[in-house]
Design a binder for this molecule. Structure first.
Ligand SMILES: [Zn+2]
Ligand SMILES: [Zn+2]
Length: 127
């Protein structure tokens, strides 16, 4: 029961933010409610839930692995200035979906990773 409770807290904390936190950041949130939780436990649960499709794991080309509690279809962009990761909604963009479909259908292609770099609103303002 105890490990289920820990997993629930981790999942709730991850879903409560839009920041796509790293395992360390989720750990900092979850330990407030479960003081004896360990970073290893948080990491293990995040990995397990990613495998089950309960959450999304973001493997970006730079920086630490991040997690997203929002499993709906959306894209991300990373700000090259502050390094934060944001959601990018394209709505019903069939052009992008069509291109992805073509790329995925190519022989030997196991996955398509598109990574967008874009300066976020806060960094653009220089604050
Ligand atoms: Zn930024
Ligand atoms: Zn996201």
């Amino acid at each position: 029961m105890r490990s289920t409770r820990q997993r629930d807290v981790i999942l709730e904390d991850l879903r409560s933010v839009k920041t796509h936190p790293t395992a360390d950041e989720v750990y900092e949130m979850s330990r407030k409610r479960v003081p004896d939780i360990s970073l290893a436990t948080v990491y293990r649960n995040l990995e397990r839930m990613s495998e089950l499709g309960v959450i999304t794991r973001l493997d970006l080309s730079a920086g630490k692995r991040r997690y997203d509690g929002d499993v709906s279809r959306h894209y991300h962009f990373r700000c090259p200035v502050c390094g934060r990761v944001f959601d990018l909604s394209l709505g019903e963009s069939h052009t992008v979906e069509g291109a992805l479909g073509v790329l995925r259908s190519l022989r030997g292609v196991e996955g398509v990773l598109i990574e967008l770099k874009r300066v976020c609103a806060k960094c653009e303002l220089g604050s």
